[in-house]
Design a protein around this ligand. Sequence first.
Ligand SMILES: C[S@@+](CC[C@H](N)C(=O)[O-])C[C@H]1O[C@@H](n2cnc3c(N)ncnc32)[C@H](O)[C@@H]1O
Length: 222
Amino acid sequence: MKRLEIHALDPSAGLRHFLSVDSERVRLAYGKIVDLYVELFGTSEKVHRDDLDLIGRQLSGRAGAVLDVGCGPGHLTAYLCSLGVEASGIDLVPEFVAHARATHPGVGFRLGSMAGLDVADQSVAGILTWYSTIHLRPAEIDGVFAEFRRVLVPGGRLVVGFFDGDEVEAFDHKVVTAYRWPPDELAARLEKAGFAETERRQRPAGEGNRRPHAAIAAERVG
Ligand SMILES: C[S@@+](CC[C@H](N)C(=O)[O-])C[C@H]1O[C@@H](n2cnc3c(N)ncnc32)[C@H](O)[C@@H]1O
C-alpha cells in the first residue's frame, strides 16, 4: 500500500525499486539535461541518413510490435511509426517520456527499464536500442541482451547503435560514464546471448558524429 501511495505521487517511484545504483545514476543524469538533449539530438533530422536507413531496413516490414528501448525524446520511435511499424518507446527517464508523449501524441511511450521489460516472452518482432546500452557496465550487457532475447520472437530483429572503439573502454561521456565497444566484441556478446549478426555499419568520427560510430543488427536465433 505504501509503495502504491509513493507511486501515485511520483510515477517513477515504483520503477526505482527495480533499478540498480548505476541505472539510478543514469536516470538522474539524463533527467537534468533533457531539454539540451532534445535540442541537440531530439529529431530524426539530426540523425544520419545512413542510420535512419539501417533502422528502417532492419525493423520495418515485419508483423508485430517493435520496442524502442531507451527511446529518449522518442524521435526514432516516431520515425519507425512513420514507416508503418507498430513501434512504442520505453525509457528510464520520466522527463523523456513526458516530452515524447507531448511531441508525438499518436505514439505510445512508457517508463521502463531494459533490465526487466514489461512484456511477455517471445512477444515482440523487433527491438531498437540506439545508444541506450552505452552506459551499461560491460558486466551488465549480457543480462540485457538476454532480456532482449527473452522478449523477441524467434527470427525477431535487434538493432544496436553504439560508440565504436579499439577496446572495451569507459570514457567520460557528457551525461554520465559511457563505454566504447569494438564491434567484433559486441557481436561476440550478441552471439553468446543467442543472436546472429545480419548487418554491421561503422562510420568514423567527423561524418556527422563526433565519435566513431557503429551499429549492429542481429536476428534472434532459435
Ligand atoms: C544517449 S541516449 C539515446 C536516446 C535515443 N535512443 C536517441 O537515439 O537519441 C540514452 C538513453 O537510454 C536511456 N536509458 C539508459 N539506461 C536505460 C535503461 N536501463 N532502461 C531504459 N532506458 C535507459 C536513457 O534514459 C536515455 O534516454
